[in-house]
Structures are given as structure tokens and as C-alpha cells.
Design a protein around this ligand. Structure first.
Ligand SMILES: *Cc1c(COP(=O)(O)O)cnc(C)c1O
Length: 480
């Protein structure tokens, strides 16, 4: 039986029909993704019921399995690569990076150690060097390649924790928190949820964090920063998830530097502004921070999942993420696992390298500034159509509202149902808002105009619905 299964799999490898078929499915997807419903239809979602069954007893047919995915899985995907998906901060995918990813999947490399994949190790080194150059960071900055910013933030803060305790003659790895000197965390009230998660995981306790007030764009108010010292970690943000705003790094990092405070910058999507000649002013001053987290899978448009931690203290990062075992051979070359919490992991450096190699400095600049320009266009056209813009569009995010919270949420509901484009909601400055994130290279000026038309149509529907309701209740006053 086992031999039969192996025989079957060997044949699948040899004949390659499976892979050819998958390529056709992929091509079919690419060919229709720009015109299909951005969010799956109710029917497509209902059809997902075909996947609900008990675990099969016997080995199945590979071609049938893939056909099932193509037929029912594909229509239930969100058309993230189509150009009119503005939800969350999810990027599209650069063809060269996607192709490199596909190739690397055939290789199936484990990048824990150099001895497991010299290629992945070398590409990590190259990416590390290129990222430093692109973002204008000092030579001593090292990189770890992780699944996303959630983990990159965790790594940066783990390095900070290790270094600060070590400076105070306390080995946190060995001794833990009991009896440890007090370390203070200072972060903005608008810090991303994953910052809180990382701090909680690291044992700092959310009640112990000094949350600093932020201004109307979500930036830390510098005057509200408490006294800093060498036992403090200051968490700053490049790119607020709603407004896209950036903390004032020059002022804050200089102040922190003087006090010997560790600075971590959560720059998941915004740190890429440093790679744009026209947007670089937003990140001025970051080069003296200690650790950074960013994503390849957002602004840079690599495939998922692709995150990076950067740290100017290699010893702290690698000690904080230390692992050992008699079989773990230090090669003297770069062993990726010492820069990340994971041991085994796929070769994310392949698609990151391909994206950077393909774009070059000019291409990254064009990509990043292009997202900004289309966000500005979105803002202008929405304003023209009578929507309220609640943020200063400094990067790729636009915060939109109608005249009332109720109208905004109904408009969003109709917009999401339209299939024309997709944007999510949030609460911003106490108001219900629609949050737009322009972060795919595919999005054209026409996509923006078409999406604004969808916004207007959704608001019309929402107003109609509202008026009918009001008519029923006898209230005829129009609210917009
Ligand atoms: C997306 C995001 C994160 C989390 O990153 P993941 O890659 O989803 O783990 C953290 N901070 C900010 C500002 C983000 O936009």
C-alpha cells in the first residue's frame, strides 16, 4: 500500500500534468481577477460547503483535489491582486516575486542553517545589505526574515528587552522577570494591536505601559512623552493603520538617543517611505533608532508571508532569539534561525530578493510614490463627490466619512456588497469611517475613478434605504 502511494507520487512528479494544470488554473485566475467581484459573492461563499466532509479514509486523486480548489476555492478568494481591493493594508503581488516564489516552492528549502540552504542564506545576506541601503540605515543593522510585522515587532522588542536587562546586569533569558529591574515601555495610544500583543507575549504586562497621547493624525505628541532613561523602550510608528501618519522621528529619536532609550519603529507598511525620494521626509531621523519592523507583503508587494526585523544590535537580537542543540552546527556563515524565533522556515529571502532585484531603487521609489499619488487622487475625487476626508493623506491611507455615522456604515455595507471595490471600516476620532488603503501596484487611475463611482452609488443606495426607514417612522428629514 505504502509502495503504491509512493509509486503514485513518483508518477505525479514525473508526469507533471498536475503542475501544468495548476499553472493553467493560475493563469485563468490572473486573467479574470481584474474584472471579477472584489469580494466573493454569497453563492461562492455558500459553495464552500463542498469542503466540509470528514477526513478521507484513503488517498485521493491529485487532479481532482486541485480541480476542487480551482472550481470552488478560487471564486471564494478575495481579489486582492485585482486593483480595487483597498481593505486593511494588503498589498498585491509583483509578477517576478510571485514567479520566484513558485520556483522556490519547488526547491522547498529550510533556511534555519547555512548548511540547510547556502542559497537562502546568501540571499538573506544580500537582502539585508540592500534593505540597509534602501532605507538609509547604518552598516551595523542586521535583518531577520519572519512571517510578518507581528513577529518582527516581537523580535525587535525581544532584542530591546535582552539588551536593557543585560545592561543592568540581568540575564533575562536565564533569570526571567522575577526580581528583575523595572523596565518601562512608552508607546503611543495609536500603536498597532500587534505591538500590544508582542509586549504581552514578552511579559511586560499591558497595564505597565505608559501610553502617550496622540494628535488628530494619530501621531505621538512629543511634549507628552514622559522622562526617558536607559531602562525604557520607546515604540514609535511609521504609518498609522488608519491615517498613514508618521511619528516625528527626528525629534523623538534624538531625545531618546540622548537618554539611551531603546527605540523600536513599527514601520510595517510605512517604513518604505524611506525608499522614496519624494516621501523620505516622513522617515527623517529613523536611522538612529535601534530596531525596526516592516513587511515585504504590504507596500513592497511580495507574496505572503514576508516580514523583516532590522536591528542595530546583532548581539542583542541573536541572544534574545537564541537556541541551541548538539546537532545545530554554526557554520561561520549566516544561519538564519539565529535572527528569528522560528527554526525551520521557508526561504522568504527568495521572493524578497526577486522583488528588490526586479524593481531596483527606482522601481521601489516609483511603486511607493505611485501608491501615494493614487491615494491623493482617491481623496480628491471623493471630496469632489461630497465625502469628508478625515486625515491628512501623507502616504497611502485615506479616512473617509459621510455626513453621519449611520450613513457611513450603510454606505460601506453597500460598497462591500457591490463587488466593485472593497474597503473596511474603523472608528477614527470618535467617528465611524471607511478606511482606504491603496497598496497594490496594479491599481490604476481608472480603478480609483471607478471605485469613487462605486462609493457614490453605495451612498445613494444607503440614503434611499435610510429615507425609506425614516418615511416609515415618520421622520422625513434628510440627513445629508
Ligand atoms: C500590518 C501591520 C502590523 C502587523 O503586521 P503583519 O504583517 O500583519 O503581522 C503591525 N503594524 C502595522 C502598523 C501594520 O500595518
Amino acid at each position: 500500500m505504502v509502495r503504491d502511494l509512493r509509486e503514485k507520487m513518483l508518477q505525479e512528479m514525473e508526469h507533471k500534468e498536475l503542475f501544468e494544470q495548476v499553472q493553467k488554473y493560475g493563469f485563468a485566475y490572473v486573467d479574470q481577477v481584474r474584472e471579477r467581484n472584489v469580494f466573493p459573492t454569497d453563492d461562492a461563499i455558500a459553495d464552500l460547503a463542498v469542503f466540509t466532509e470528514s477526513l478521507p479514509q484513503a488517498s485521493g486523486d491529485a487532479a481532482e483535489i486541485l480541480a476542487l480548489l480551482h472550481r470552488y476555492g478560487s471564486p471564494a478568494t478575495v481579489a486582492q491582486t485585482g486593483g480595487r481591493y483597498f481593505g486593511f493594508v494588503d498589498g498585491g503581488v509583483i509578477p517576478a516575486a510571485l514567479a520566484a516564489r513558485l520556483l522556490s516552492d519547488y526547491w522547498d528549502q529550510n533556511t534555519a542553517l547555512y548548511d540547510m540552504s547556502p542559497l537562502a542564506s546568501r540571499l538573506e545576506e544580500i537582502c539585508e545589505m540592500w534593505l540597509r541601503e534602501l532605507l538609509g540605515l547604518p552598516e551595523k543593522v542586521v535583518a531577520g526574515f519572519v512571517s510578518g510585522s507581528s513577529l518582527a515587532i516581537f523580535c525587535g522588542l525581544a532584542a530591546a528587552r535582552y539588551r536593557i536587562f543585560q545592561n543592568n546586569h540581568w540575564n533575562i533569558n536565564k533569570k526571567g522577570f522575577r526580581g528583575a529591574p523595572a523596565v518601562r515601555i512608552v508607546a503611543g495610544r495609536q500603536a498597532h494591536g500587534t505591538v500590544s500583543k508582542a509586549l504581552a507575549l514578552l511579559g511586560f504586562g499591558l497595564d505597565n505601559i505608559a501610553w502617550v497621547d496622540t494628535d488628530r493624525e494619530g501621531r505621538i505628541i512629543p511634549e507628552k512623552i514622559p522622562e526617558l532613561d536607559e531602562k525604557t523602550i520607546l515604540v514609535l510608528q511609521a504609518g498609522n493603520v488608519c491615517s498613514g501618519s508618521f511619528d516625528r522621528f527626528e525629534e523623538l529619536c534624538t531625545k531618546a538617543n540622548k537618554a539611551k532609550t531603546w527605540v523600536h519603529i513599527d514601520g510595517a507598511f510605512g517604513l518604505w517611505a524611506a525608499a522614496s525620494s519624494t516621501l523620505r521626509h516622513l522617515t527623517r531621523g529613523i536611522e538612529i533608532a535601534n530596531s525596526f519592523s516592516l513587511d515585504g507583503h504590504k507596500t513592497l508587494n511580495t507574496p505572503y508571508d514576508n516580514g523583516i526585523v532590522l536591528c542595530d544590535d546583532k548581539d542583542a537580537l541573536t541572544q534574545a532569539l537564541h537556541a541551541s542543540g548538539s546537532y545545530i552546527s554554526h557554520s561561520g556563515n549566516r544561519d538564519g534561525m539565529f535572527y528569528t524565533p522560528e527554526m525551520s522556515k521557508r526561504a522568504r529571502s527568495v521572493e524578497l530578493w526577486a522583488a528588490l532585484k526586479y524593481l531596483g531603487k527606482e522601481g521601489v521609489d516609483e511603486l511607493v510614490s505611485g501608491l501615494h499619488h493614487r491615494a491623493l487622487q482617491f481623496k480628491d475625487e471623493l471630496k469632489e463627490a461630497g465625502f469628508h476626508i478625515l486625515n491628512d493623506v501623507v502616504f497611502n491611507q485615506v479616512v473617509v466619512a459621510c455626513d453621519t455615522d449611520e450613513l457611513t456604515s450603510q454606505t460601506m455595507k453597500h460598497l462591500q456588497q457591490s463587488g466593485e471595490c472593497w474597503a473596511g471600516g474603523a472608528v477614527w476620532a470618535g467617528k465611524t469611517v471607511i478606511r482606504i488603503s491603496v497598496c497594490s501596484w496594479v491599481t490604476t487611475e481608472r480603478d480609483i475613478t471607478r471605485s469613487v463611482t462605486a462609493f457614490v452609488a453605495a451612498r445613494q443606495k444607503a440614503a434611499g434605504y435610510r429615507n425609506t426607514e425614516q418615511n416609515v417612522s415618520g421622520d422625513r428629514e434628510r440627513s445629508w
